[in-house]
Design a protein around this ligand. Structure first.
Ligand SMILES: *[C@@H]1O[C@H](CO)[C@@H](O)[C@H](O)[C@H]1NC(C)=O
Ligand SMILES: *[C@@H]1O[C@H](CO)[C@@H](O)[C@H](O)[C@H]1NC(C)=O
Ligand SMILES: *[C@@H]1O[C@H](CO)[C@@H](O)[C@H](O)[C@H]1NC(C)=O
Ligand SMILES: *[C@@H]1O[C@H](CO)[C@@H](O)[C@H](O)[C@H]1NC(C)=O
Ligand SMILES: *[C@@H]1O[C@H](CO)[C@@H](O)[C@H](O)[C@H]1NC(C)=O
Ligand SMILES: *[C@@H]1O[C@H](CO)[C@@H](O)[C@H](O)[C@H]1NC(C)=O
Ligand SMILES: *[C@@H]1O[C@H](CO)[C@@H](O)[C@H](O)[C@H]1NC(C)=O
Ligand SMILES: [Zn+2]
Length: 667
């Protein structure tokens, strides 16, 4: 009895002190295998293997001496023979010795004292490996004599017959079911609790539900979650299509192949399109071509659009997308930080370069197209359509001049043009298009709910117009259409607010009496026509007005100090919190924002100037070939596997996917 007690106590102590440094995600102990334990692969999908052995310098696991350079590694198929890693298709072998200074997150005291926990690391990488036989594999790293780290890998056994000619993946960045519900309330009239019209999303035949957790954190960012959606591999916050290793170099981390790369490798005459309302170097579009542990390597991202990343360790042999439409001109212009003039390079490579909506519409659809419409993120639907004066005096024309960008396309115009280009150029082998409504997320971050929901309604209108377009092109039955999100924000609506009453009172507690819940919520006033109501053609649904007297009582679960008056910010996008002069990373309420409202103290650390992502699962809407695969509750990575299955990309040995025509896909 006594001995048992002692050993339990020893374990508790060890566990507690082991917290002095945060382990690299995917490392269960001092040995690390990337890809890590419990990873699934598409048969034939290229990936790198990286092995690390750690020797912590401080903490309870501290070791004397260098990390083991003599580790060994095997991969064995369950029910098959053990094979040494060197028998795989390995094109490069790198052995490096590194020192990784790791600032711990879990020990805030050590962080305040600027005393990092250090780890010495030995590492080895095998580049561009693939597993072709479906089944379960066991990868084993043996180090320090007898210590072992085991990673269980699974190669999915998927049908190889191609079922879809085209795939469109719409991503409402940060979009949740709660936001869709709120947008519907603002834009669709109901009578006695029954809606008279439906959203385009409401009409999809199949609805699923995906879990967005990342590899080593239950809250994901857009880089990491886009990686899961496009590759079937979960990674770490800020990583694009790599597992984050110990080295500082953001380009040497172990990579894995992206849906775009696999699609073009199997079907060299297929097409790829990328559309976003974000700056193009942002994570969700970037994850279709870039491989890096740091999403902030913006020049690398743009160069990967330009050449498909062929110059990056010869990882891939595709030459980039046919059509790229978005904003973020600052990353295309030649500056001292960005030495290359990407407009010139794209143009020399055969792309038409459009700087405004008119030029984009006029660009021939049988040629490659790059559209960059302004600096920064695309102006929001609300400013482009309702409060247009906010487009003035921005000095954001994409050619680097100080003109204003006012002839702007929206998500719908960009998406429909991208479809024209892809269909014109790739009617034979089909195409893949990703279209992102990026600012649902960006405006949720800054607590600008009207602008966020305006973006969501624009996405819905884009989906509606896309379905009509595919119908008119005769492509609807051959196109898998998905609408999903990469993660959520903790947004919801809990009632309504009498803004006239709020604005008329001065005391904060009196102002709060303007909030009505349950019965006092009443009905949506956004759909009520009045003298100032906006008119939209049949089938297009946006609010009839954005400034009714009774607005939505909405909010998120975590936020910085801010003021709230629950009224549309007609003067431009909102900035809820301000950094105090001379105090870095210390954010207080912005007294210029929502002046007629009241102060709400923040629930986030004071270095947060905006809201954060949340835990919620997000919806998946599916229609078209393979739609049935997307019903139910599943993991974000399953979206990749289902798309890959639908496009016939599973490459079990000797059964490489055949051409579209051979698979009987209608052209
Ligand atoms: C391990 O780390 C220590 C402390 O930083 C350093 O002095 C030593 O050279 C490292 N050893 C190896 C083999 O890198
Ligand atoms: C690693 O193996 C080599 C060759 O067998 C041996 O000379 C060396 O001492 C070993 N190093 C360690 C740290 O075990
Ligand atoms: C770990 O060791 C290094 C090197 O000796 C030292 O600089 C650092 O402060 C130590 N960290 C902690 C948390 O003690
Ligand atoms: C990539 O391949 C080309 C041609 O095969 C070769 O010349 C070049 O050295 C390779 N680059 C890298 C980084 O391996
Ligand atoms: C749109 O782009 C074309 C081609 O660069 C240019 O000639 C035209 O002036 C632009 N229009 C506006 C409104 O900026
Ligand atoms: C834009 O700037 C000009 C001159 O700087 C000014 O006269 C004009 O009022 C501004 N327009 C808006 C909409 O702010
Ligand atoms: C509440 O917010 C105000 C304004 O930003 C700030 O001065 C105050 O310190 C906050 N209170 C707390 C407890 O954070
Ligand atoms: Zn975000």
């Amino acid at each position: 009895m006594r001995a048992l007690f002692v050993s339990v106590l020893a374990c508790l102590m060890a566990c507690a002190t082991a917290q002095t440094f945060q382990r690299l995600g995917g490392c269960p102990d001092l040995g690390c295998i990337f890809p890590p334990d419990q990873v699934d692969f598409l048969a034939g999908q290229f990936f790198d293997i990286r092995l690390e052995v750690h020797s912590p310098i401080n903490g309870s696991e501290a070791r004397v001496g260098e990390p083991d350079p003599n580790f060994s590694f095997t991969i064995s198929k369950k029910g098959g023979n053990a094979v040494s890693a060197t028998e795989q298709d390995i094109s490069a072998l790198v052995l490096t010795l590194l020192r990784r200074p790791e600032l711990t997150r879990t020990d805030l005291f050590a962080q305040d004292a600027e005393k990092p926990s250090l780890v010495n690391v030995t590492a080895k990488a095998y580049r561009r490996v693939a597993l072709y036989e479906p089944g379960d594999y066991e990868a084993t790293l043996t180090y320090y004599g007898t210590q072992k780290t085991v990673a269980n890998w699974h190669v999915r056994d998927l049908p190889t017959k191609r079922r879809a000619k085209n795939v469109i993946l719409f991503i409402g960045d940060g979009m949740t079911t709660n936001m869709i519900t709120a947008a519907r309330l603002m834009a669709h009239r109901s009578i006695n609790g029954k809606y008279m019209t439906k959203m385009a999303l409401d009409k999809f035949p199949v609805l699923g539900h995906q879990m967005t957790h990342s590899m080593d954190s239950f809250i994901t960012d857009s880089a990491n979650s886009a990686t899961a959606l496009y590759t079937g591999h979960k990674s770490t916050v800020n990583a694009l299509n790599v597992y984050v290793d110990s080295s500082k170099d953001p380009f040497d981390d172990p990579k894995f192949e992206i849906i775009t790369e696999i699609f073009r490798r199997h079907f060299p005459h297929s097409g790829v399109g990328i559309v976003t309302t974000a700056f193009l170097a942002d994570a969700t579009p970037a994850a279709l071509t870039a491989h890096t542990s740091k999403r902030s390597e913006l020049d690398h991202v743009i160069s990967a659009y330009y050449d498909g990343g062929v110059n990056n360790l010869n990882w891939t042999n595709w030459d980039g997308p046919d059509v790229v439409l978005g904003t973020g001109a600052e990353n295309f212009l030649q500056t001292k930080d960005a030495p290359r003039d990407y407009y010139k390079l794209f143009s020399e490579k055969g792309y038409n370069v459009a700087w405004n909506n008119t030029a984009m519409q006029n660009a021939p659809s049988d040629e490659k197209l790059l559209g960059v419409f302004q600096t920064s993120n695309l102006a929001l639907w609300l400013d482009r359509n309702i409060y247009k004066e906010n487009l003035n005096n921005q000095s954001n024309y994409p050619d680097g001049s100080d003109r204003d960008a006012t002839d702007l396309p929206g998500l719908k115009e960009m998406t429909l043009k991208a479809i024209d280009v892809l269909q014109e150029r790739h009617d034979d082998e089909g195409w893949f298009l990703m279209s992102e409504a990026a600012s649902i997320d960006k405006q949720m971050h800054t607590l600008d709910y009207d602008r966020a929901l305006g973006e969501l309604l624009e996405l819905d209108d884009t989906v509606r117009a896309t379905i009509e377009k595919l119908q008119s092109l005769g492509q609807l039955e051959d196109t898998l259409i998905l609408v999903t999100a990469d993660h959520g924000h903790g947004f919801d609506v809990t009632g309504s607010v009498d803004t006239k009453y709020m604005n008329a009172h001065h005391d904060d507690r009196d102002k709060r009496r303007s909030i009505g819940n349950y019965r006092e919520s009443g009905l949506s006033q956004y759909t009520v026509d009045g003298p100032d109501a906006l008119q939209y053609s049949d089938g297009v649904h946006f609010p009839a007005r954005w400034d009714p007297r009774y607005t939505l009582h909405s909010g998120v679960v975590a936020f910085p100090d801010h003021r709230e008056n629950y009224q549309v910010h007609s003067e431009g996008p909102r900035l809820p919190a301000d950094e105090v002069k001379g105090k870095k990373d210390d954010f207080y309420v912005s007294y210029k924002d929502a002046v007629t409202g009241f102060l709400i103290n923040g629930t986030l650390p004071v270095d947060a100037d905006q809201g954060v992502h949340s835990l919620t699962d997000v919806p998946v809407f599916a229609q078209g070939p393979c739609q049935e695969l997307f019903g139910g509750v599943y993991n974000s990575i399953d979206i990749f596997f289902h798309i890959a299955e639908c496009l016939g990309l599973s490459e079990t040995q000797g059964r490489a996917a055949e051409s579209c025509a051979a698979q009987g896909v209608k052209a």
